[in-house]
Design a protein around this ligand. Structure first.
Ligand code: PNS
Length: 162
């Protein structure tokens, strides 16, 4: 069985992430979406909240499983026996970040592999950070998120502000 792994903070899971997950799931028998920690970021949502929202956004895709993992990406890579990690890229700066991360992960585990999928043109400005910023100042985030989670994200971010 071919397994791909799509890791990220997903704080929250956006339409950009959904596009990458759908396209990656077509290239394998099973796609594991892993909610992970990024020491450089302070998430707005807990890992459990992020898992719940990501599951809601992906529940109609039969070959996609959502998990959370608190540890190194290379350890999860080995644990699930995937052939590669999938990451989406929107820009040159994303590419540089991904290339650095790939090299670091390969130092830790030489069999580590990553596939980079360029995002769709209309989603190049969508990011979890932009979602949080727009929502913080009362803007409409419905065009950036899977419809199933728009209300949960809006309420969660408003609660965090009050
Ligand atoms: O959505 P993000 O924040 O860009 O995802 C980054 C993530 C979570 C994939 C990365 O920070 C990660 O792999 N975290 C787990 C810890 C780890 O293995 N770090 C080493 C990467 S060189």
């Amino acid at each position: 069985m071919s397994i791909l792994l799509f890791p990220g903070s997903f704080d929250p899971f956006t339409l950009g992430h959904l596009d990458i997950a759908k396209r990656a799931a077509r290239q394998c028998d099973k796609l594991v979406v892993a909610i992970m920690g990024n020491s450089a970021k302070k998430p707005a949502f807990t890992p459990d909240e992020r898992v719940e929202m990501t599951k809601l956004a992906l529940e109609k895709y039969e070959n996609i499983e959502v998990i959370s993992y608190d540890g190194l990406l290379v350890d999860l890579f080995k644990e699930i026996g995937c052939s590669a990690v999938v990451r989406g890229i929107r820009s040159e700066s994303d590419f540089r970040y991904e290339a650095e991360m790939a090299m670091a992960n390969r130092l830790l585990y030489p069999n580590y592999e990553v596939l980079l999928l360029p995002c769709r043109e209309n989603l190049s400005m969508t990011s979890s950070t932009i979602v949080k910023e727009v929502c913080y100042y009362g803007g409409d985030i419905s065009k950036m998120l899977p419809p199933e989670i728009v209300d949960i994200v809006t309420k969660g971010l408003k609660k965090g502000r009050s």
